[in-house]
Design a protein around this ligand. Structure first.
Ligand code: HEM
Length: 236
């Protein structure tokens, strides 16, 4: 093995290397989550603006597939190395605590795994719902006055169903929870945890996570309560 290859494999096999990959992919995915939320908030600008945005994304063609591929790779690496780190931590402590008294860090990482699994399940459900129209297909096949896929009506009709809104709101709560704990792990991995910086960064991370929650949740709430109106001719 050459020196370079050896150095690369040792980064992947070291604990800090794995943590850096989880942190880096987490930052990429957070970037998507924030961008997607800002894009979705255009639903408040009305049917035409929102469908223009949706059809612009669809029109990206090959670039869209490149971005999708990168996101998928980021998700796979994020999950794979999180599981590897968890398994290594378990191996390093083969005898469970006699009394179930977890330290703060292990409590956070346990909830990270549960919230992460549920957020992943949500993403699969969400893509089957809005991108592929395989679940709740009754809301998928609307066409707007300009002949485009009526994503605006699909979103509002879906969220008028309390079960669907509820599922999204709970999932987004867990996403925000995952992000807020993720930020503190990120700062720890990067060594940004000195006594003065830690509380400031922690607060900023928590604020960003709950701003993401508020931004996303405003959409099902507005659809559910009738603040977001269906276009004329589209019936619930
Ligand atoms: C109120 C909340 C949300 C709304 C209204 C929403 C809306 C949408 C819509 C309309 C699409 C389909 C775009 C299209 O195919 O034209 C979509 C796709 C997607 N959404 Fe969301 N979304 C929400 C929350 C989320 C969250 C929290 C995540 C991630 C954690 C997420 C991840 C995705 C992904 C990965 C896709 C597939 C993108 C692609 O086509 O490759 N969404 N979303």
């Amino acid at each position: 093995m050459t020196d370079k290859v050896q150095r690369i494999t040792s980064v992947f096999s070291s604990s800090i290397g794995k943590k850096l990959i989880v942190a880096f992919t987490g930052v990429i995915l957070t970037g998507f989550v924030v961008g997607h939320m800002l894009g979705n908030l255009q639903v408040f600008l009305g049917q035409d603006k929102f469908n223009t945005y949706a059809s612009f994304l669809q029109g990206l063609g090959e670039l869209l597939y490149v971005v999708r591929g990168m996101l998928l790779l980021a998700v796979i690496l994020h999950i794979y190395f999180s599981i590897k780190l968890a398994l290594e931590n378990r191996e390093a402590r083969p005898i469970p605590y006699a009394v179930k008294k977890y330290r703060e860090a292990s409590y956070a990482s346990r909830t990270m795994h549960y919230s992460g699994i549920i957020v992943f399940a949500f993403i699969v459900y969400h893509i089957l719902h809005f991108t592929l129209g395989k679940v709740h297909p009754q809301y998928y096949h609307y066409i707007d006055p300009k002949g485009r896929h009526d994503v605006y009506s699909m979103v509002i009709l879906s969220f008028r169903n309390p079960l669907i809104s509820g599922t999204y709101i709970v999932s987004m709560f867990l996403l925000a929870w995952h992000l807020s704990h993720g930020f503190s792990s990120l700062f720890q991995t990067l060594g940004l945890n000195n006594a003065r910086l830690r509380p400031v960064l922690g607060t900023l991370g928590t604020l960003l996570a709950w701003a993401v929650f508020a931004g996303y949740v405003s959409i099902p709430l507005a659809a559910w309560t009738g603040i977001l109106k269906l276009p004329p001719g589209v019936l619930p």
